[in-house]
Design a protein around this ligand. Structure first.
Ligand SMILES: NC(=O)c1ccc[n+]([C@@H]2O[C@H](COP(=O)([O-])OP(=O)(O)OC[C@H]3O[C@@H](n4cnc5c(N)ncnc54)[C@H](OP(=O)(O)O)[C@@H]3O)[C@@H](O)[C@H]2O)c1
Length: 284
């Protein structure tokens, strides 16, 4: 029976991938630097409950190389979802990916599915540049691959707004245009690819709507019953203007169905309605 390794299995996307792959009949090996056990912290435990006993966890560190060879041994497919957006992205996303690919090639892995981000070739941001270098390593590897780009996850936008919401006013680049998607819908698409033949670069997976960050923040504030003012933070430079121009979006690939308001309602309760245009007086 074929076996699939999921890197980044303890992360947001990885946590959604595991039960979906298992339900698709795949034997799953899940990799993390700290595999959950009886002493795992509560969050990790909750994320892994759904697949308890149905997934083999292994310890693997892409930076120091711990466990990579044994993680890829005897697997046919690797879904590579490990990443370190706020850490040493070059060490994890570039050199770690290269290490993983070398080990996968030596072990005779037949398919690597790489998870990437929409717009990384048009936005000059160091994390994105490292993801682009990783994509190129995947493409030039001997292991046949599928590269799937996705837009920002709803949960990621939620994390940013949760951080900002602690401040007395919310300074935000309200004109950034994003197309957030439910990460579970990205996981659904990835399962399709992971259980099929390698396909090279495939069309990206985007959320249902392109929205301004101002609109998203306004809906978030309503869903959480907060009142603090949202203030437009002007950010100079080419990275910010690329986000304002919508370079991180793929409107012709609006694959995800769950809108931001629907996601907020499920997360925070209530029946938040879409706010396609910010109410008068709200920032844009
Ligand atoms: N978040 C988004 O909005 C978004 C949008 C589009 C695409 N993506 C892409 O989707 C993928 C998954 O994103 P995510 O948001 O689910 O990530 P995440 O929640 O931040 O999880 C990252 C994962 O990477 C693992 N990791 C970090 N450093 C590692 C290392 N040195 N060795 C091995 N594993 C390591 C972590 O596992 P441990 O800490 O347990 O080791 C964790 O499971 C990434 O490739 C990301 O670029 C994300």
């Amino acid at each position: 029976m074929s076996e699939t390794l999921v890197t980044g299995a303890s992360g947001t996307l990885g946590g959604a991938l595991l039960p979906r792959l298992v339900d698709a009949g795949v034997v799953v090996r899940a990799a993390s630097r700290s595999p959950p056990d009886g002493d795992a912290e509560a969050g990790a435990q909750t994320r892994t409950e759904e697949t308890e006993g149905r997934v083999e966890w292994v310890e693997m560190d892409l930076v120091d190389g711990t466990g990579i060879e044994s993680a890829v041994a005897d697997v046919d497919t690797v879904v590579h979802a490990a990443s370190a957006p706020t850490g040493d992205t070059e060490a994890v996303d570039v050199r770690g990916t290269e290490r993983l690919l070398d080990a996968a090639a030596s072990a005779g892995v037949e398919h690597v599915v790489y998870v990437s981000i929409v717009g990384i070739d048009e936005i000059q941001y160091s994390y994105y540049q490292h993801k682009l270098t990783a994509e190129r390593a995947v493409e030039s590897s001997d292991v046949p691959a599928t590269i799937v780009r996705a837009t920002q996850f709803h949960s990621f936008v939620d994390e940013i707004l949760a951080t900002v919401s602690r401040l007395p006013v919310w300074p935000l680049p309200t004109r950034f245009r994003v197309q957030p998607v439910d990460h579970r819908e990205v996981a659904d698409a990835l399962v399709e690819y992971a259980t099929g033949e390698p396909r090279g670069r495939v069309p990206p997976v985007g959320g249902p709507e392109v929205r301004s960050l101002g609109e998203l923040a306004t809906a978030y504030r309503e869903a959480r019953g907060l009142r603090r003012p949202i203030v437009r933070l002007p950010i100079p430079g080419s990275t910010a203007s690329a986000f304002r121009e919508g370079r991180a979006t793929c409107p012709d690939r609006a694959v995800g169905m769950t809108t931001w308001e629907e996601w907020l309602a499920a997360e925070y309760g209530g029946d938040s309605e879409p706010t396609a245009a910010p109410p008068s007086g709200a920032p844009s």
